[in-house]
Design a protein around this ligand. Structure first.
Ligand code: URA
Ligand code: CA
Length: 442
């Protein structure tokens, strides 16, 4: 097979055969196709698209390009949740302990921060001693014993995706529905989950910023999962502002602990309950979403969720005292307010920029080799629709390098729009997408 012919065929907008797709997925995994040809094909795919059949073929080839985790030793259905990525998106640390406290088995392989979005592994590592590396045996044993574990990949999962993702990141081809769908679903299938709940973000901080594109992405992923025989559904949820108020690694752990301790709630808790209740339904624990939410709330109010987080942190070698005393988390040296430049209503946030500002303060990496400062980030003091006066704090920067403050303040003021009119507030859940169909809430 000739890679140039495959590129030309996709450039002309024609569907590729199963064999052609296998050829290039294999070539990406084993390095036999050079990066420039893979990049050219990725650009052609991102411009011309792929049919549902092509996307499903690519997903299965990527899934089988490396090892596959076997979770069959765990009793009951292992349910997994995956988000397409957001800012202040700490749902994993809230819903995994709550769902496990309700009896679900959650064996979760998470990722690191990517671009403007945060990653659960980086957040967990801000807890002193907490490890996100375990052998597959220890991982399975932990899930069997306490009901949950959140770690990084245990073996070489989806090497084809690893190669293609690294190229996409630097060739302007991340933003493509068939490429995102195959990348995410191949990893979920390879990580062995029995049922999958997806959180597809939409809005100014999401990969897909329009609702129609976000629904199309959700549908593409649900279709592939269904074809592969997995129970799967997706919620399309808002990323028009940071989901939680805290952005940054230890700050997001703090917010999750505050929620599980009953000290705060808000949109982060609401979306965690929406997703978690569907995990309980998929695991056969709740009879419907309402029952699932009721069980999750009971686990929250009884403190069972916080106890489960404590157990999980301890099982992964971390200092579980953070759950009782936030002083055990790393703290930034300086707190600096971002004042509003005028009176009015908070009408829009450029959530992607807010994510990048937190990254520049040290909460994320610009290159793979960068070290993260676990303590830094920012806390939003307003949400969309809030009425503010000139000088009121829009957000508070948590920093260790005071010289970064001035430009971060200016960029935050730029990222948060203030208008004279009260804006209409976006919904939290825009749509749900399941094998039965799409239900839009607006
Ligand atoms: N997350 C992934 O794992 N892959 C994508 O393509 C986008 C987000
Ligand atoms: Ca290569």
């Amino acid at each position: 097979m000739n890679m140039v012919d495959i590129i030309l065929k996709k450039k002309a907008g024609q569907p590729l055969t199963k064999e052609e797709i296998s050829f290039f997925a294999r070539g990406a995994a084993d390095g036999s196709i050079p990066d420039y040809q893979l990049s050219a094909l990725l650009m052609a795919i991102s411009l011309k698209g792929m049919t549902a059949e092509e996307t499903a073929s690519l997903t299965m080839d990527m899934m089988h390009s490396g090892g596959v985790v076997d979770l069959s030793a765990i009793d009951g259905v292992c349910v997994d949740k995956h988000s397409t990525g957001g800012v202040g998106d700490t749902t994993t640390l809230v819903l995994v302990p709550l769902a496990a406290a309700c009896g679900a088995k959650v064996a979760k392989l998470s990722g690191r921060g990517l671009g403007h979005t945060g990653g659960t592994l980086d957040k967990l590592e801000s807890i002193p001693g907490c490890s996100v590396e375990e052998s597959e045996e220890a991982f399975i044993e932990q899930v069997q014993k306490i009901g949950c574990a959140v770690i990084g990949q245990t073996k070489d999962l989806c090497p084809a995706d690893k190669a293609l993702y690294a190229l996409r990141d630097v060739t302007g081809t991340v933003n493509s529905i068939p490429l995102i769908a195959s990348s995410i679903v191949s990893k979920k299938l390879a990580s062995g989950a029995g049922a999958i709940v997806l959180d597809v973000k939409t809005g100014s901080g999401a990969l897909m910023q329009t609702l129609d594109e976000s629904i199309a992405l959700a549908k593409a992923m649900v279709d592939i999962g269904t074809q592969a025989g997995k129970p799967i559904l997706a919620l399309v949820t808002g990323m028009d502002q940071p989901l939680g108020t805290h952005v940054g690694n230890a700050l997001e752990v703090k917010e999750a602990i505050d929620i599980l301790s009953g000290r705060t709630g808000g949109d982060l808790l609401a979306v965690s309950l929406e997703l978690g209740s569907r995990m309980l339904v998929a695991a056969g624990i709740a009879c419907d979403v309402e029952d699932g939410k009721k069980r999750m709330r009971e686990a929250l109010e009884s403190g069972a969720g916080l106890r489960k987080l404590r157990e999980m942190i301890a099982a992964q070698g971390g200092d579980a005292r953070v759950c009782d005393d936030l002083a055990y988390l790393p703290h930034a040296a300086y707190k600096i307010a971002v004042p509003s430049v005028k009176d009015g209503y908070v009408s829009h946030m450029n959530t992607t920029d807010i994510g990048y500002i937190a990254q520049d303060l040290g909460a994320g990496r610009k290159t793979k080799a960068d070290a993260i400062d676990p303590a830094v980030g920012l806390v939003m003091d307003v949400r969309l629709g809030a009425k503010v006066k000139k000088g009121d704090s829009l957000a508070t920067l948590y920093i260790n390098k005071p010289e970064l403050a001035q430009s971060a303040i200016a960029r935050m003021q730029e990222a948060i729009s203030i208008s004279d009119e009260k804006p209409e507030l976006p919904p939290l859940v825009y749509a749900s997408v399941s094998p039965e169909g799409i239900i839009r809430s607006i």
